[in-house]
Design a protein around this ligand. Structure first.
Ligand SMILES: NC(=O)c1ccc[n+]([C@@H]2O[C@H](COP(=O)([O-])OP(=O)(O)OC[C@H]3O[C@@H](n4cnc5c(N)ncnc54)[C@H](OP(=O)(O)O)[C@@H]3O)[C@@H](O)[C@H]2O)c1
Length: 446
């Protein structure tokens, strides 16, 4: 049995951290504060010896006086003074990519929290790591503090995954939760999220679903063994969700969540990110605020839900730490679950029919025959309407610029094909009976 008692004899693992922002500074703080405990746990000391960031003088609430400073993350990645390189700069290219590549090329293990980098270059980086014999950890890149990567790489044994879905962006979940609890608009919630530091000054990446898409593409690869394909995802964000949508959803027994969903079929992999009606009683509907959750549907263990904090310095740094500890222990697994040469070329499956159907909100002109014409167009595509809802309290009446009054009409369809719904709506628009863009939200039976 290995003796973990003689800690002084073991060589320390020297860590270089590039990026000292939210996550990087927290990581350095944890490594310094918990040094004795970590040494006891591992039988080996873990020490931060060098750091890189842009501004050397910025106060980060950590003591970096005894550490080597690098202005250039690539120079840090190659430095003789470290054994493991941690990249916490961010960005899909630029210094993050250059530095991670430099470390892997020389066989040096890397830990990163950078989902944008992984989504774009994950396969290349995994291949480099395998060729040089270096480990590549990225637990923190998906769902912050939730150990979903380790679960997929090591925890599920031979279980075959059929579907993965989840709430992977805390900003969106915070906004949708507040819209559901209080009668406030998307714009107001976004402003609060920015004031609280949950949303970036430019929130597009989060609220339009691209951040979720990056994370989903990484998860899909680990689940299904195909190459990462972030550009083969149908992506819709939450910026067009209104109080009308939220309230009708609640009336019908649903909540609206931004879900990333990837599933396997005979035709390949279907990947999509969009606002979704989820049944109020489902486990995922209970994941509110800035929390994240990832659900896995497998043949052996059936459904597994991992939930927890998806972002923030401490939870994200804790996931970075978990990769560092694995590397310190000598754990070796292919970064993407299987050796990169065994990854299949991505095969995009078409969007399939939804068991739960669709929620459609239209701003219909208040003229004779409009509703009948809309129903006819749906019928022509064999779309069965389950119910038509008009809530008089929800600004059902309005008027267009040319003075024609309109009313908001909500329809719930039965199971149908996405292509048929879109074709019917395009025809309805061309008929001139509606104003503006229709709202279309999928109902998922989870
Ligand atoms: N924040 C979260 O909750 C969270 C959650 C999951 C994953 N992540 C990922 O973790 C990574 C870091 O996120 P963060 O929130 O900590 O970012 P952040 O607060 O913006 O920090 C970025 C750090 O990188 C440094 N940096 C930027 N450009 C650099 C360059 N050219 N050379 C050297 N250093 C440079 C910055 O230096 P200065 O401080 O001197 O400007 C800063 O310390 C990102 O990939 C992010 O996607 C973050």
């Amino acid at each position: 049995m290995q003796d973990f008692g003689d800690t002084a004899a073991a060589t320390p693992l020297r860590i270089g951290v590039a990026g000292l922002g939210n996550v990087g500074a927290t990581l350095v703080r944890i490594l310094q504060k918990d040094a004795a405990e970590l040494t006891k746990k591992l039988g080996r000391q873990i020490v931060v010896t060098a750091v890189a960031a842009r501004s050397r003088s910025r106060d980060r609430g950590i003591d970096i006086s005894g550490l080597d400073w690098f202005d250039d993350p690539v120079a840090l990645a190659k430095s003789d003074g470290i054994d493991l390189f941690v990249e916490l700069i961010g960005g899909e290219d630029g210094p993050a990519f250059a530095a991670v590549k430099a470390a892997l090329e020389m066989g040096r293990p890397v830990v990163t929290a950078n989902k944008a980098l992984l989504a774009k270059h994950g396969v290349t980086l995994a291949r480099m790591a395998e060729e040089s014999g270096a480990q590549l950890g990225f637990e923190a890149a998906v769902a912050g503090g939730i150990p979903v990567i380790k679960t997929l790489r090591e925890g599920l044994g031979s279980a075959r995954i059929a579907k993965v879905y989840g709430i992977m962006n805390g900003t969106c979940n915070y906004i949708l939760t507040r819209m559901g609890n209080e009668e406030i608009s998307f714009a107001e919630c976004l402003k609060d999220a920015q004031a609280l530091g949950y949303a970036e000054a430019d929130p597009t990446f989060d609220v339009e679903g691209f951040d979720t898409a990056h994370k989903l593409s990484i998860l899909a690869t680990l689940c299904f063994g195909y190459e990462i394909a972030p550009d083969k995802i149908h992506v819709e964000g939450i910026s067009k969700i209104t109080q009308h949508d939220i309230k009708v959803a609640a009336d019908l027994g649903y909540k609206i969540k931004l879900l990333g969903i990837a599933q396997r079929s005979d035709d390949g992999i279907e990947q999509r990110v969009h606002p979704t009606f989820v049944p109020k009683g489902s486990a995922i509907a209970g994941v509110d605020g800035v929390m994240n959750a990832v659900a896995l549907e497998t043949d052996h263990v059936h459904e597994l839900l991992l939930a927890g904090p998806g972002a923030g310095g401490p939870p994200t740094a804790a996931s970075v730490m978990s990769d560092i500890l694995d590397i310190a222990r000598g754990t070796r697994v292919p970064p993407l679950g299987v050796p990169s040469e065994e990854l299949l070329p991505f095969r995009q499956a078409p969007m399939r029919a939804h068991e739960g159907g669709y929620y459609i909100r239209l701003n219909a002109k208040d003229v004779p025959g409009a509703l009948a014409a809309i129903a006819t167009r749906m019928g022509e595509r064999s779309i069965s309407i389950d119910s038509v809802i008009q809530r008089s309290d929800l600004k059902a009446k309005d008027s267009t610029d040319d003075g024609v009054s309109t009313r908001t009409v909500v329809m719930i369809t039965q199971k149908t094909l996405e292509a048929d719904v879109r074709a019917a709506l395009a025809q309805i628009r061309a008929d001139g009976f509606i104003v503006g863009e229709p709202q279309l939200i999928r109902i998922e039976l989870l």
